[in-house]
Design a protein around this ligand. Structure first.
Ligand SMILES: Cc1cc2nc3c(=O)[nH]c(=O)nc-3n(C[C@H](O)[C@H](O)[C@H](O)COP(=O)(O)OP(=O)(O)OC[C@H]3O[C@@H](n4cnc5c(N)ncnc54)[C@H](O)[C@@H]3O)c2cc1C
Length: 427
């Protein structure tokens, strides 16, 4: 039996494991094992909503064990810690168990084919004080901790009848979406006794470049900036953060922005463990270098995809770290690997098809581009259409994993539940 191990069950990893599991159709030719350090899959582009308290992990996650049962693969909780290529084994470090105290010990897992999909995180570029004083929202634990801290600061401020300030560093899609979601949260929390104005939550968004959401056309950057202005978010462009302390962030040229809470959502780097994987080649930001087939440059049996891989597009530039790239690569790899393993067909080169990008400012606005394909190629959308497109990306992913019927029912169910339940997490 050919042993495929997929490490990382985010957007890319869970799609590879699900598609390959389903297509193996119970045949005893391949076994698929998915490893993740968390017990459940989340759609990472939602993390800022968990941080703002406008969505909850329990409602929006898919436990790996139930997905494994549904799709015909196995799951093992573990943290990628190393690699022994000669032995063909992945080394897994221990993981914390649900009681928060006990640990599942590490182990070595043998593989014939290894797929690495451990994602990325924000990059503080070693800026002094950031690791200690700023909050990151790169995984569910960090997003929930940010949310808990925010609610604590707000409760204290309500009791003392004062404002709370949040500084967000990074004006990419994550930063602008987080700012809008925090404003939505504050709108709802303004029914706290002394917090009658949503503006009691002061929001500052700091971006080192001249535009917000720099990957989008300028008309979208400008529209996003205008909208955030209307939402009383202070936007500071061309402003570089050079340090952080417990009171706020320090700016190049000597200024500072004081804040009760700082979120760092700028830059991208791959997890540090990838630099120590038995000689696999990495780029400067730690991403694994891959060939057009998504095989690593060093080892034919080892593949990498999604945010943790550096894949050069047709123009020689690396593909962006987005959900769209991760999903396309995963769907492609599952197909290509299956043909290769079952029928001995050569692995094919991956080609990215840009289907456009979307940015959503919570309940307030959404904008998007239509990509390079189809009749409206190169167009710009906004309003309800863009909002629907943004929601559809996530729901399409859910349907892909759980099936059309179950995924559709989940979409409907979660929209219906929104009517009844609190719009923001309060405890
Ligand atoms: C707040 C936020 C908002 C975003 N918004 C958008 C958006 O609107 N549109 C868009 O296209 N993209 C967005 N992105 C980027 C998008 O989420 C990523 O590009 C996408 O998730 C990449 O998929 P992936 O499978 O490579 O990694 P991930 O989805 O990050 O999955 C990585 C998986 O690996 C696991 N893992 C990590 N390290 C280890 C380890 N050492 N051992 C075992 N398991 C490990 C993690 O638990 C996780 O399950 C956003 C990102 C963030 C943080």
């Amino acid at each position: 039996m050919h042993r495929i191990v997929v490490v990382g069950g985010g957007i890319a990893g869970i799609v590879v494991a699900t598609h390959m599991g389903r297509r193996s159709g119970g045949r005893n030719e391949t076994s698929i094992l998915l490893v993740d350090r968390n017990p459940a899959h989340v759609w990472k582009p939602m993390l800022h909503t968990f941080a703002a308290g406008t969505a909850t992990y329990a409602n929006e996650s898919i436990p790996f064990v139930s997905q494994a049962k549904r799709a015909g693969f196995h799951f093992w909780p573990g943290t990628l810690a190393g690699l022994d290529r000669a032995a063909g084994e992945v080394e897994l470090g221990p993981v914390r168990l649900p009681d928060g105290v006990s640990e599942l010990p590490g182990r070595r897992v043998p593989f014939d084919t290894l797929v690495i999909a451990v994602g990325s995180r924000a990059n503080d570029f070693g800026t002094p004080g950031v690791a200690e004083h700023c909050r990151f929202i790169d995984n569910i634990g960090e997003a929930e901790r940010f949310g808990a801290l925010l609610r604590t600061r707000i409760a204290q401020a309500v009791a003392e009848d004062r404002d709370v300030s949040v500084a967000i560093v990074g004006g990419g899609a994550t930063g602008v979406e987080l700012a809008a979601e925090l404003r939505l949260s504050a709108d709802i929390l303004s029914s706290y006794a002394t917090w009658h104005r949503a503006s009691r939550l002061q929001l500052t968004l700091i971006e080192s470049g001249p535009h917000l959401v720099a990957g989008f056309p300028e008309e979208i950057s400008d529209a996003v900036k205008r909208k955030l202005g209307q939402l009383r978010v202070e936007v500071r462009l061309d402003t570089k953060v050079v340090g952080a302390d417990e009171m706020g962030v320090l700016l190049e040229g000597g200024g500072r922005v004081d804040a009760d809470l700082m979120a760092w959502v700028a830059g991208v780097k791959a997890p540090d463990v990838l630099k120590h994987l038995d000689g696999l080649e990495v780029a400067r930001n730690g991403q694994l270098l891959v060939r057009p087939t998504l095989q690593t440059t060093t080892d034919d049996r080892i593949f990498a995809l999604g945010d943790c891989a550096r894949f050069e597009g047709a123009n020689g530039k690396p593909l962006p770290t987005t959900a769209q790239v991760a999903r396309q690569q995963a769907q492609f790899l599952a197909r290509s690997l299956r043909r290769h393993l079952r029928w001995g067909r050569p692995l094919r080169p991956f080609t990215f098809r840009n289907r456009g990008s979307l940015v959503s400012l919570g309940d307030y606005a959404a904008y998007g581009t239509l990509g390079n394909y189809g009749f409206f190629s190169g167009g710009v959308i906004r309003g309800r259409l863009a909002e629907l497109g943004h929601a559809a990306l996530y729901r399409q992913h859910q349907m892909d994993l759980t099936g059309l019927l179950r995924g559709g029912a989940t979409w409907l169910g979660s929209d219906l539940m929104r009517v009844g339940r609190s719009r923001v997490v309060l405890s």
